[in-house]
Design a protein around this ligand. Structure first.
Ligand code: GLN
Length: 451
């Protein structure tokens, strides 16, 4: 009830939620009944949670921020949603996001932007700005996000929250409305590293519904936080992401975090990742290519919106009218880019080259992790920018993802942890840690040491 009251009080200004769960109190009562009946519930039982609208949910709309899915109520729960319900967590509602998770500011939502609780004139990051803002504004203690190129970590950075992108395959993608299937990963958003770890433990694990799901069991992330110890840990600073391209206060807080870790016994070394500079270019070919294919299913027949031209039309005309009305400009831009990149005659030049760059980025990670246990970077180049500032400049928007995209291309896990406020503007700054695939616990060890 306290969280519902808080939502009622502040969400008019923040607009983190697209839908508030009218059955929240009922599910809370249900948790009490399960507990009274002797069911063993985990440490998060009874804790409310906000859910990014990219995840399908029974009983609540799931739009992925798009008009084309307006009013659609899915017939099943995404696996991470099923798991949080089974753990006794109480869904508070669905959070705002850039349409189909394309963006870094939540301004591409078809339902209007979310505002950063630290300064309502500024962006909350994206695509998962709703989840991060809900947690930062104390509307929810925890949230679920999805991260294809930074959509959990970059919003965490600009809202002073914690966000983790797990190892690819660590959390099931079943029921996560696909943006780019080889990059997407669901993960936790929270106010503390321990909270993120507790939620990570709930949602991780094998799922036969996702063919890319890793079958092995995971160690407890919460234990990694509780036993945090960085003495002897080798931390590599990625040289290419520690440059004047980054705002001075962002770099200052980043280096202070490293000093703190060094004071606790970590060894800080510089490492090179020469191919990271091509990661954005490769990502913005691979992502639109996969997205153009994934979004083909919104054909006016199977889901949501159907627009019939006046006087009727053929199947093709209805499909075209529906997609014209149902998709926003960024989604159309990426469908066109992706379709072009995949077309005969261009496939090798664009998609093929991008996949080769992807391999080079993976090799950069492999050689770095031969030398160090984790990598460290600022999470994003600047603190929260003003709403509208980059909306008309897609390239400027894409450049926000320079530090977060490499992890998605390589499938490795990453976390963004608050590192204080930038002195020049008083806005939150995050520091990012990256670990080898399946070594998510290392992120919680380092994050826990900073907390
Ligand atoms: N900003 C990136 C993009 O626009 C990240 C998206 C994401 O992680 N879902 O593609």
């Amino acid at each position: 009830q306290a969280h519902l009251d808080r939502i009622a009080a502040v969400d008019g200004a923040v607009h983190a939620f697209l839908h508030v769960n009218d059955a929240a109190l009922e599910s809370a009562a249900d948790v009490d009944r399960r507990r009274a009946a002797g069911e063993e519930l985990g440490p998060l039982a009874g804790v409310p949670i906000a859910i990014k609208d990219v995840l399908v949910t029974t009983g609540m709309p799931s739009t992925s921020g798009s008009r084309i899915l307006e009013g659609w109520i899915p017939p099943y729960d995404a696996t991470p949603v099923r798991k949080v319900r089974e753990a006794g967590m109480v869904p508070l509602g669905k959070t705002n996001m850039d349409e189909f998770a394309m963006g870094s500011s939540t301004e591409h939502s078809a339902y209007g932007p979310t505002h950063n609780p630290w300064d309502l004139e500024r962006i909350p990051g994206g695509s998962g700005g709703g989840s991060a803002a809900a947690v930062a504004a104390f509307e929810a203690p925890l949230a679920l996000g999805s991260d294809t190129g930074g959509s959990i970590r970059q919003p965490a950075h600009v809202t002073g929250t914690v966000g983790t992108k797990p190892t690819y395959g660590g959390v099931s993608r079943y029921g996560s409305i696909a943006l780019a299937s080889s990059l997407d990963q669901v993960g936790p958003v929270s106010r503390t590293v321990l909270d993120a770890a507790l939620l990570h433990d709930v949602i991780a694990g094998h799922d036969p519904h996702d063919q890319t799901s890793i079958p092995d069991p995971w160690p407890s992330m919460a234990e990694a936080v509780r036993n945090a110890d960085v003495s002897g840990l080798r931390i590599g600073v990625v040289k290419e992401l520690d440059s004047d391209g980054f705002q001075s206060g962002v770099r200052q807080r980043f280096h202070e975090a490293l000093e703190l870790l060094a004071a606790n016994g970590a060894e800080i070394v510089e490492v090179g990742a020469p191919n990271f500079e091509y990661a954005i270019a490769a990502y913005y070919l691979i992502l639109p290519a996969e997205a153009s294919s994934n979004l083909a299913k919104f054909d006016s027949v199977r889901f949501g919106l159907r627009v019939v031209p006046e006087g009727g039309g053929t199947v093709e005309e209805v499909m075209a009218a529906t997609r014209e009305a149902g998709f926003g400009p960024e989604v159309k831009r990426r469908i066109i880019l992706g379709t072009y990149a995949l077309s005969a005659g261009y496939y090798d030049a664009y998609y093929g080259s991008a996949q080769k760059v992807r391999t080079l980025v993976q090799q950069d990670f492999a050689s770095a992790f031969d030398r160090v246990d984790v990598l460290a970077t600022p999470t994003a180049p600047t603190t929260a920018f003003r709403l509208g500032e980059k909306l008309d400049d897609p390239l400027a928007m894409y450049l926000n993802d320079v530090a977060t995209i490499p992890a998605n291309l390589a499938g490795v896990p990453g976390i963004s942890v608050p590192a204080g406020l930038a002195p020049e503007d008083g806005l939150p700054v995050g520091v990012q840690f990256l670990a080898p695939a399946r070594e998510d616990a290392r992120l919680y060890n380092v994050g826990g040491a900073l907390e």
